[in-house]
Design a protein around this ligand. Structure first.
Ligand code: SDX
Length: 396
């Protein structure tokens, strides 16, 4: 449940929110989803199986996974009017802005799911809850693919249910005319693992936004809009785009020492480094480093990986970073991998959004099961003492 806001050294900390979904030990660099280590899930599971685990609390049986996959893949199409809406954006609209706007629009495309029209009681019905979960998980990759095609000036592709979840996403991104296009299974597997790593992460900024919106009783599409809006920020889901731009700016290992000095002089931030919770190596970054080699084997090597590895080596041996517990986080390597996969940098937060939709929906689902009063963090007032009104002709 939501605890009261707590004060520490006179500073207002955020409210405590209890959850059973993810567990992080920031000092030991541990991340678990529903008790399973992220390393095991990345190695053995799939993104849809992990989505089921996050939302319902246990790994599905074969029949449950089959039903879950079938229901989600039946909801991958979007309304033609939504396609017209997406087509109405400027040719150079930021893909994350398009996806965030489309999530809000989804609330109007499904009036029977809109609590402003139907009332909150509709989400006391399990079938209604599950149907919105299927819709969101099914449609977000399609919205993302439309935003990508818009970004590159190409016609949008319809989903194909002959592929798996992540394969279908890759299929919608490319090859309109080539009917025999089949996504590379190794590339789909690499992206599926990346989605697993990004699926949930305790009460990060965007998930906190999801839970705040859920407490108002608004429908899940609008909740996702708020969460995606928070993720859009450069200090959150936009950090992988910022980290890649930083590595491209550094350009070569020879330029690293000068850059490190700028960081230590506080003129720059080392994007993709540091974390509010991890004060050790982000376990997701370790796995991403391994995936990078697999992706480079398929798509060709991105030499920026050499800059990233050397930058990490120098930073982790420098007292400035060691003293501040600054280590690579999930965003340090993901941008290099996405670039090697051929994604434009402004599409990176959209990839994060596809994966984190599973975690956001898990928190929505959990909060529906354990309703809390509307979020209302306490404020520490530091304003003026009471004073009398001054007529305008007496003001100086
Ligand atoms: C994500 O919450 C989540 O779980 C988020 C996320 C998820 O999965 O949802 O993990 C995804 O958002 C990862 C974080 C991505 N953001 C970045 O990579 C942007 C760069 N990182 C920082 O801006 C920063 O590290 C934060 C915001 C992530 C965390 O900052 P903290 O823990 O609040 O640290 P701080 O601001 O208190 O800094 C402590 C010291 C300061 O120096 P001093 O004042 O003590 O001298 O460390 C310094 C900071 O200046 N510092 C950095 C730094 N991060 C902190 N110095 C250089 N580069 C950095 N990246």
């Amino acid at each position: 449940q939501l605890g009261l806001s707590v004060y520490d050294n006179g500073y207002l900390n955020t409210a405590v929110c209890r959850s059973s979904i993810s567990y992080i030990d920031g000092d030991k660099g541990i991340l678990r989803y529903r008790g399973y280590n992220i390393e095991d899930l990345a190695m053995h599971s799939s993104f849809l199986e992990v989505s089921y685990l996050l939302i319902f609390g246990d790994l599905p049986t074969a029949d449950q996974l089959n039903m879950w996959t079938t229901r989600i893949m039946r909801h991958t199409f979007i309304h033609e009017n939504m396609i017209d809406y997406l087509r109405s954006f400027r040719y150079d609209a930021h893909p994350m802005g398009m996806v965030t706007s489309a999530l809000a629009a989804m609330s109007t495309f499904h009036p029977e799911a809109n609590t402003a029209l139907q009332g909150e009681h509709i989400y006391q019905n399990e079938n209604m809850v599950n149907k919105q979960i299927f819709r969101c998980l099914g449609k977000v990759p399609t919205l993302a693919a439309c935003a990508y095609r818009h970004r590159i000036g190409r016609a949008y592709n319809s989903p194909s249910n002959e592929f798996g979840y992540t394969e279908n996403f890759l299929y919608m991104l490319d090859r309109l005319s080539e009917n025999n296009y089949v996504p590379n299974p190794r590339l789909s597997r690499a992206l599926d693992i990346i989605f697993i790593l990004h699926a949930d992460h305790e009460l990060n900024c965007s998930t906190a936004a999801m839970r705040q919106m859920t407490s108002t009783g608004v429908d899940p599409f609008i909740c996702l809009t708020g969460a995606a809006s928070a993720l859009y920020g450069p200090s959150h889901g936009g950090a992988n785009e910022a980290a890649l731009k930083m590595l491209e700016e550094i350009g070569s290992v020879d330029h690293i020492p000068a850059f490190i000095e700028e960081v230590k002089a506080k003129k720059r931030r080392l994007m993709g480094f540091g974390h509010r919770v991890y004060k050790s190596y982000d376990p997701r970054a370790k796995i991403l480093k391994q995936i990078a080699d697999e992706v480079f084997e398929i798509m060709g090597r991105n030499n920026l990986i050499d800059v990233a590895i050397e930058l990490e080596r120098i930073a982790l041996s420098d007292e400035y970073f060691i003293k501040r517990n600054l280590y690579p986080n999930v965003d340090f390597y993901s941008g290099i991998i996405y670039k090697a996969m051929g994604f434009p940098t402004d599409f990176f937060p959209v990839l994060f959004c596809i994966a984190r939709t599973a975690g956001w929906l898990a928190h929505w689902h959990e909060q529906l099961q354990n309703p809390i009063p509307i979020f209302r963090p306490k404020q520490a007032y530091e304003g003026e003492e009471p004073r009398n009104y001054v007529p305008i002709d007496e003001r100086v």
